[in-house]
Design a protein around this ligand. Structure first.
Ligand SMILES: Nc1ncnc2c1ncn2[C@@H]1O[C@H](COP(=O)(O)OP(=O)(O)O)[C@@H](O)[C@H]1O
Ligand SMILES: [Mg+2]
Length: 390
């Protein structure tokens, strides 16, 4: 049994019974006193392989008190590196997601835990680490020379990742209204998260820095639950203690992936028109919610135009890159044939990817205008045209 839990139980038992006190303040006080300051625990495991270590971990966390846990390895088809790193434990007290890593993230998890304490309303939407325990894969006399691995434990989130949802929509058709709802949530979440960690709030957008920046935010790190609530996963990439990140840099790095501005957006593909039909609504939802949450209603409009400009510049940079290196797409088509749907089906080159056609500069301008509005034509004009095939 973990000491933290014992302390917690003792604390709970020691709460005095306050006769006749019915005010909300008193009630809240009691609730607060009975909550752990932080439920996060750390420690060491004796087991010397990932499976035994997982059993030892759930046991130490108290999940086996009223029965046994069933452990299953989670292997990602698309990522062979993932093999042996992810497990799920189905226990009487709930289901857990367990992850093995080569380094400790306990210090970084502090940022997520602080965020939860500061903004309890966000806690259901950002995965909270429950524990991190180290172990050594391998024992024997020289076991102490083997570097330690680290198991982190989280509650299991039932759902489909936004990445899988987008991929399904690629095949079955995009639901712009549903995506706009999800992206509004995403914008609100990320904006509130960045805002919670701002070092100085009253600065121009491009000088705002935050301690609460998830540095690995992409569609596969977001879970969409059954009732379309979003949960941010993979929370081990916040800045380390004492460090911070520029929020606009995070936005320009992360949002293009969500808005699908890379990939099909620059291709002459059957999907292009579908994307163009939904992106105005979806990007407005994301940017609007982000800016409102980050800076409030007054400053939202200015913040949105600034971010739009940054995203357009990024789209041009990406375009220049793919025009220069069209083999990038060949590689993507090989890796994600379903997404790019273009493996040759007949002839001597059967099975080889067809290189998708990259749109010309005028068409890119037209597309960016369609998504972000003609008001941004100035940004387009500032970029010198790139010659195709050069
Ligand atoms: N708490 C969770 N509950 C259910 N599935 C999860 C959970 N956390 C992550 N996953 C799934 O496992 C995948 C890999 O986990 P992640 O933490 O993103 O690992 P990595 O650091 O390798 O990217 C995610 O893309 C998601 O599909
Ligand atoms: Mg991930």
């Amino acid at each position: 049994m973990m000491c933290k839990r014992c302390n917690l139980k003792n604390k709970r038992r020691r709460i005095p019974v306050v006769g006749g006190m019915t005010s909300w303040a008193a009630l809240l006080g009691l609730v607060w006193m009975s909550m752990p300051v932080s439920a996060f625990t750390t420690g060491e495991l004796e087991a010397t392989n990932a499976v035994d270590a997982a059993f030892e971990l759930v046991d130490k966390l108290g999940y086996t008190q009223s029965g046994t846990c069933e452990l299953a390895a989670l292997n990602s088809e698309s990522n062979h590196i993932a093999k042996g790193r992810f497990f799920t434990a189905q226990c009487p007290g709930g289901r857990l997601f367990l992850k093995v890593d080569g380094q400790s993230h306990a210090e970084i998890f502090d940022a997520v835990i602080q965020l939860q304490e500061k903004m309890p309303t966000l806690s259901g939407s950002i995965l909270q680490p429950l524990a991190e325990f180290s172990f050594r894969k391998g024992g024997g006399q020289l076991g102490h020379l083997i570097p330690r691995d680290y198991y982190s434990a989280y509650r299991w989130v039932e759902g489909v990742t936004l990445g899988d949802l987008l991929q399904n929509m690629h095949q079955s058709g995009f639901d712009a209204g549903r995506l706009a709802g999800l992206y509004r949530q995403l914008g609100r979440l990320v904006g509130a998260m960045h805002r919670a960690g701002l070092t100085e709030a009253n600065k121009p957008l491009q000088q705002l820095r935050s301690r609460q920046v998830h540095s690995d935010l992409h569609p596969r790190n977001l879970m969409v639950t059954e009732n379309d609530a979003l949960v941010i996963l993979d929370v081990d990439s916040f800045p380390a203690q004492g460090e911070e990140a520029f929020v606009h840099q995070a936005v320009v790095r992360d949002f293009p992936d969500f808005l699908l501005l890379r990939g099909h957006f620059v291709l002459d593909s059957p999907l292009s028109e579908t994307l163009l039909a939904m992106l105005p609504e979806v990007s407005e939802a994301l940017l609007g919610a982000y800016c409102q949450s980050l800076l409030g209603d007054d400053k939202a409009a200015a913040c949105m135009s600034e971010i739009r400009e940054l995203l357009i510049e990024d789209a041009y940079r990406y375009y220049e890159l793919v025009v220069k290196y069209p083999r990038l797409f060949e590689k993507m088509a090989e890796k994600y044939p379903k997404l790019y749907g273009c493996l040759r089906e007949s002839g001597a080159e059967r099975g080889r990817p067809v290189i998708p056609v990259i749109v010309d500069r005028d068409e890119l301008d037209r597309r960016l205008d369609a998504v972000f509005g003609p008001a941004f034509a100035g940004v387009c004009a500032a970029h010198s045209p790139v010659r195709l095939g050069g």
